[in-house]
Ligand binder design. Structure first.
Ligand code: ATP
Length: 565
């Protein structure tokens, strides 16, 4: 397993688990069962326990001999008796617990339609919610949770009227008083119900999977009809929708949970209505042109000492030029559709890359200075044959050390402007009279080489790449809390703005604050596009995490928006 283990924690966990004695015993047991199962042994008789008792009785009547005393001694041992009892249970295939007999129905006045139902309840909840019917005042089953005990029994249905639970009449009880009665019942629970008239709808929507675009905690939701029936989830979790029968509360389970019982979640309509009612101000703003600072790219090499073709980013929003107005270039492609997006659920389907198919495009987004270039550089260095980056276009003069098509694609201003008109760029900007930009074709070129293309973009540009062709995997790199940010970046040198005397300086408090605020803004506006969030606190750890995520992405089935399928 070693090649698959990145993490020492994972491998030591596995090792410990494999060493556990009880696991070895279980494996032996399993092997034996396999062996005997194949032989299909049949019991000679299935009342060994009773037989032993009869033998004991007879032995007591016989004259005392050592063998007889020994046999009596052996047969009277509790564990031998238990063993015989287990033998009989298996021989009789008597695995199901027994329900006590139903009480004789002596209530003559009871309507004919009353049905007595017995369920065996374990520690698991019943999986049904109840409510008082507003018109009749009766207690009725409001909802049956898919996959729960009530659902599996097939005996209780939505709309059934509850008359009694374990002999306790429900007439004058509130739902709040009934819940503890049900919760406390363990083992057989007897219900007296009048079946409802509601037609059972065939569940035909269980193949619906969605990615949650918001965090949800039912305990904090005052509107949920039953907090205990709620399903907690986080943004990015994939949920299987098991019922959309109710317009307001859907039933769902979280993929990866061992539990197959559904929980309640707000429906799409409910969630979108809620968001619309408390929309942050920012969602009402008309999309404004985003001002981007262009920066001189050669500085990058000076700082990092390592040059990787196409890695330099000459047009990312930069803290270094924050105050330098004349360095600003306007981004054209900033029609941020995302700004009006309401986050609820995104329908997804499983996806496995076919051999020969291009890899999903890996998009990195994050606030300026958070470490996108650094993470990209580390990934490239870790496997230059596997990862690639798009070579940007520029209209500036080629420098001596630069190679055409490797460092940049050097083009004329006329050609660049034509490409802008032809919408060939994902992003472009202007600096010092020159254009810089990344084209869609340069990304396609990397993908056509069967490489994983790493691209860092402003989040508003993600929308442009959000297509079946690129199937982007959007990773948002986020700064840690300000204390850790100060600590981890205390020795880091960054490029200074052009009006500062030294070419490099350390991060300042304002840089940290900007980084955190910008990250928050990006998350608020574009969070629904982020498939993975990585917190770049310790650089080595952030790199290990992103590398592991990308490996998983390539090997395992992953969920992509249904519109790409
Ligand atoms: N986790 C970290 N710990 C310490 N230093 C870091 C960490 N991540 C990045 N850095 C350093 O912070 C500086 C800025 O990182 P980087 O250039 O990768 O940011 P960026 O997101 O590409 O931002 P920009 O687009 O503004 O350049 C670099 O010097 C980098 O080495």
């Amino acid at each position: 397993l070693e090649p698959y283990m990145d993490d020492t924690e994972e491998s030591s966990f596995l090792q410990d688990m494999l060493m556990v004695n009880s696991l070895h015993v279980l494996i032996k047991l399993h092997e034996r069962l396999q062996r005997f199962g194949a032989q299909k042994p049949a019991p000679i008789q299935d009342h060994a326990e009773q037989l032993a008792r009869e033998i004991m009785k007879e032995l007591h009547t016989l004259e005392a001999r050592p063998e007889i005393s020994e046999l009596i001694h052996v047969l009277s041992k509790p564990h031998v008796q238990d063993l015989l009892s287990v033998h009989d249970t298996v021989a009789q295939k008597d695995y199901e617990p027994k329900l006590p007999p139903l009480a004789a129905e002596d209530d003559e006045d009871e309507e004919d339609s009353v049905r007595i139902i017995q369920l065996l309840k374990s520690k698991e909840p019943l999986g049904a919610t109840i409510k008082r019917d507003q018109t009749t005042g009766a207690i009725v089953v409001a909802r049956i949770m898919r996959g729960g005990a009530a659902d599996r029994s097939g005996l209780i249905h939505e709309g059934d009227e509850l008359r009694e639970v374990n002999g306790v009449p429900m007439e004058d009880k509130n739902p709040e008083e009934i819940i503890p009665i049900l919760a406390q019942s363990d083992g057989a629970v007897t219900f007296k119900v009048i079946p409802g008239t509601k037609d059972e709808l065939e569940a035909d929507d269980t193949e619906v999977f969605v990615r949650a675009l918001f965090d949800y905690n039912p305990k904090e939701d005052p509107a949920i009809p039953c907090k205990d029936a709620g399903l907690e989830f986080g943004r990015g979790d994939v949920l299987q929708i098991l019922s959309q029968e109710d317009d307001t509360w859907w039933q769902a389970r979280r993929i990866g949970d061992a539990n197959f019982r559904a929980g309640l979640i707000p429906s799409r309509q409910l969630q979108e209505r809620r968001v619309a009612l408390q929309r942050p101000e920012v969602l009402f703003q008309t999309s404004r042109a985003l001002k981007i600072n262009a920066e001189e790219d050669a500085d990058y090499v000076a700082i990092h000492g390592i040059q990787i073709a196409g890695l330099r980013r000459s047009f990312r929003l930069s803290k270094k030029d924050r105050r330098s107005q004349e360095m600003q270039a306007k981004w054209k492609k900033c029609e941020a559709d995302g700004e009006n997006h309401i986050s609820s659920y995104q329908e997804v389907v499983p996806y496995v890359r076919e051999p020969g198919e291009p890899y999903r495009l890996v998009l990195l987004a994050g606030p300026s200075g958070v470490g996108l270039t650094e993470l990209k550089r580390k990934l490239l260095l870790s496997d230059p044959e596997h990862f690639g980056v798009a070579v940007p276009h520029t209209t500036r003069e080629r420098r001596r050390h630069e190679r055409e098509g490797v460092d940049y694609q050097f083009v004329s201003k006329h050609a660049f402007e034509k490409d802008i008109l032809d919408q060939k760029f994902i992003e472009y900007g202007r600096h010092g009279g020159n254009y810089y930009g990344t084209s869609l074709d340069s990304v396609r070129k990397v993908l056509a080489e069967s490489k994983v293309c790493l691209l860092d973009v402003e989040p508003h540009a993600v929308k442009l790449l959000y297509t079946t062709e690129f199937k982007p995997y959007v990773t948002f790199v986020k700064p840690p809390a300000i204390e850790q940010l100060r600590l981890s970046r205390r020795k880091v040198k960054i490029l200074a703005s052009c009006d500062e005397p030294m070419p490099t300086r350390t991060f300042m408090e304002a840089d940290f604050e900007d980084m955190i605020n910008n990250a928050q803004d990006m998350e608020d506006k574009y969070g629904y596009l982020f498939e993975k969030i990585i917190i770049n606190d310790d650089l080595a750890m952030a790199f290990t995490e992103i590398r592991a995520e990308l490996k998983k992405l390539e090997k395992e089935s992953n969920w992509i928006p249904k519109i790409w399928a």
